[in-house]
Design a protein around this ligand. Sequence first.
Ligand code: GLC
Length: 443
Amino acid sequence: MTPADNLWDILQGIGQAFAFSESAMQRMVRDFHAEMRRGLRGESGSLKMLPAFIDCPAGNEQGEFIGLDLGGTHFRVLFVRLEGQGRALVRHAARYTIPPALTSGAGVELFDFIARSIKQFLAEHDLEQKKRIALGFTFSFPIEQTSSYSGRLIKWTKGFSATGVAGRDVAGLLADGLRRQGIENMEIAALVNDTVGTLLAGAYADPKCDMGVIFGTGTNCCYRESTPAIVRNPGLQKTAGRMIVNIEWGNFNCLPVNDYDRLLDRDSDNPGKQRMEKMVSGMYLGELARLVIMDAFAKAGIVCAGNGLAKGGLTTRDMADLETDPTPNLTGVEALLAKAGCGRTTPEQRQCVREICRHVSQRAARIGAAAISAVATWMDPELEQQHVIGIDGTLYARYPGFQGLIGQTLKTLHGDKCRMLTPAPVQDGSGTGAAIAAAVALI
Ligand code: GLC
């Protein structure tokens, strides 16, 4: 057997390890519903089902608001004008790169950085003199809300670990930071998760939007629930109407895992947590593919110069480039592997690497689509109504083939009925959504 043949055999095994069949999807949907039910009742399980204390906008909200967005490597500030009739105009926007040390340092320094950035923004856009500006704060981590404008961080995800924040009211920490910077004209009107921001932005433009999904660095979803069904919060049960619930689906843990998933989880900074996120989101897919590539090469006896691809050496963005290398001999793949220390590779080896990336990203899209299907059928078991699903995040917007595969998988699961589910990209749901949240919360 030539080494290349051997590699193709190995690839077959990898294909099986990353397969996510229709019956696996159907099982996932059933398990997902069971976990949603547990979470809503306040029983222990992998889905937190966190009420957002806010419902969708009517679309006619108007006014000028500040939106803040914290959830990854950048902090953003936006000044948004809501014009009613579903039109939101971003008048000014700025992005501040968070120094990496702040994501793992003292929380108070992180909030000082945020407040300083806001101060700079207000000065640059002549907003300091305004008497009062309402702001919405998109904070893309699990928060146990106590109202539409306050809530405690349950735990950090996506690699953040700043101290003194978990268990505290993040709106309070922001208010303290603003005070330390002498900012007095800001009113924190709303605190939302990024999925909630995305749903609000989607629903502002289209009332049929009832789910907000993120496929980005992390992954998560929120949807509209009937308020009395939120049994976990006894106070809410007596309230009629609807409320948005943040599922925190990244932590869903009833999926079939393979050896690579186990390895990635074991060596992560939060073993046992965010199991679905580790199979679906941008923060992890590159690392997962790297583990598979290194294992395939080792099994095929391919020796990389140096240490080969080191941990963190393959990003999800690299994976996207590997998958779409247009050259016949995959010279782009060759360059990337050479840069990472794999020395010279044959065209077969490079094709094999590309196939591995496809297996990993395709499973991610299938799991994502099955999760969307689970939430939609939770709200509407027979899919009798139209559901627009607002989706944001770099993986969805930019990973080649991801959007198409989500649509295709929904068709596999629902046949013709998939016409009732319309995935709709929402641009900058976290930013404009924060401003819309402020408007809704003030009504
Ligand atoms: C992580 C966070 C979640 C967020 C998601 C997408 O899963 O825990 O709150 O919505 O990333 O950013």
